[in-house]
Design a protein around this ligand. Structure first.
Ligand SMILES: Nc1ncnc2c1ncn2[C@@H]1O[C@H](COP(=O)(O)OP(=O)(O)O)[C@@H](O)[C@H]1O
Ligand code: SF4
Ligand SMILES: [Mg+2]
Length: 321
């Protein structure tokens, strides 16, 4: 596989504000990250923290209010192609189109195949995602949720992406089919050497698919670390709370429980560290100053005054296994 020193995606200080009923919602408050070629960067965090907003900006479906999103061209000097797999396979397929037409659309739109080769390519894509060529004639309502997500994945692959954005691709599905879809995505990404941004609030899923994990809280990244480092030794108090809330195997829960205390509104975020109203370690400085994301010697980056040494010294013990 091709490797270059430049990351494939670089997101720099991206902000996004929305105007809603005369008020400003700060969905992203300055997010920076980079994704090396061939790796999977996952974003985790509670509902409303800005994951989908960032995903849409990376996929080119929305624009940042400020900051930049840059993809690095590969050796062919072609700009990387980006495709997105959405959360809801029911809402993201046109109910009036046979699925063959849905999958063919990116092929025709981007002129990736001459028209006479499109049906064969659609058949190939259907088979790649575990469906049959004859399914091209059917309508979305004839498929289960898991099959519809396979169709969405086939449509994304039809665009011959270099970079895939997956926004909670399994959270609308039955638990029993989630693993099948994740395994399919992981296999296809490996086979095609794809780079990806993966979004989920399910930490077990994230641990399974990611190279690097970024934990978001109210529009900011509060911790970014290699997957094993994050799960073995979470540094940020919010990450520690999220990990403590992972349901144990067999409990049948679909989502991690939300830590104690309400998620403050992005309409009126608290000053300083926005996590301070829920943080057991909050010190005076936390109410005044926004902590910067700083890199620790092992490569993890954390935005917390306690970890960064500006507040009272606190020893963060790696979580017991
Ligand atoms: N188009 C929009 N108009 C107004 N507010 C929005 C819009 N999109 C997202 N938001 C707000 O931005 C915040 C982040 O939303 P979102 O990115 O969907 O979070 P997540 O995907 O993590 O649940 C939320 O408060 C949400 O209500
Ligand atoms: S900066 Fe302060 S309030 Fe924020 S997470 Fe760290 S210790 Fe808690
Ligand atoms: Mg979302």
């Amino acid at each position: 596989m091709l490797t270059t020193s430049l990351p494939m995606l670089r997101v720099s200080d991206v902000t996004r504000q929305f105007q809603a009923q005369g008020r400003t919602v700060r969905a992203l408050a300055g997010v920076s990250l980079s994704v090396p070629r061939g790796s999977t960067f996952s974003l985790v965090g509670e509902s409303g923290c800005g994951k989908t907003t960032l995903a849409r900006i990376v996929a080119g479906l929305d624009r940042a209010s400020s900051g930049s999103v840059a993809f690095t061209a590969d050796a062919t000097a072609r700009a990387p192609r980006v495709q997105m797999v959405f959360q809801d396979p029911y809402a993201s397929l046109n109910p009036r189109w046979r699925i063959g037409r849905t999958i063919a659309e990116p092929l025709l739109f981007q002129r990736l195949r001459p028209a006479d080769q499109v049906p064969a390519r659609v058949a190939e894509l259907l088979q790649r995602v575990g469906l049959s060529a004859a399914d091209a004639e059917k309508y979305p309502h004839e498929f289960s949720g898991g099959q519809r997500q396979r169709i969405s994945i086939a449509r994304a692959l039809a665009g011959e992406p270099d970079f895939l954005v997956c926004d909670e691709p399994t959270s609308a599905l039955d638990v029993s089919v989630q693993a099948q879809i994740l395994n399919l995505l992981k296999r296809l990404e490996a086979e095609d050497g794809l780079t990806s941004l993966f979004i989920s609030h399910n930490l077990a899923v994230v641990r399974f698919v990611s190279t690097t994990v970024g934990v978001m809280y109210l529009g900011r990244l509060v911790e970014v670390a290699p997957t094993e480092t994050l799960f073995d030794a979470p540094r940020h108090p919010y990450t520690q709370l999220l990990l403590a809330a992972i349901p144990r195997v067999g409990q049948g829960r679909r989502e991690a429980a939300v830590p104690a205390g309400d998620l403050p509104s992005p309409l009126a975020p608290p000053p300083g560290c926005t996590f301070h109203p829920r943080c057991a370690l909050a010190a005076e400085v936390c109410r005044r100053e926004v902590p910067e994301l700083r890199v620790l010697p092992d490569g993890a980056a954390v935005a917390c005054h306690a970890v960064n040494g500006a507040a009272q010294p606190v020893r963060f013990m790696p979580r017991a296994a």
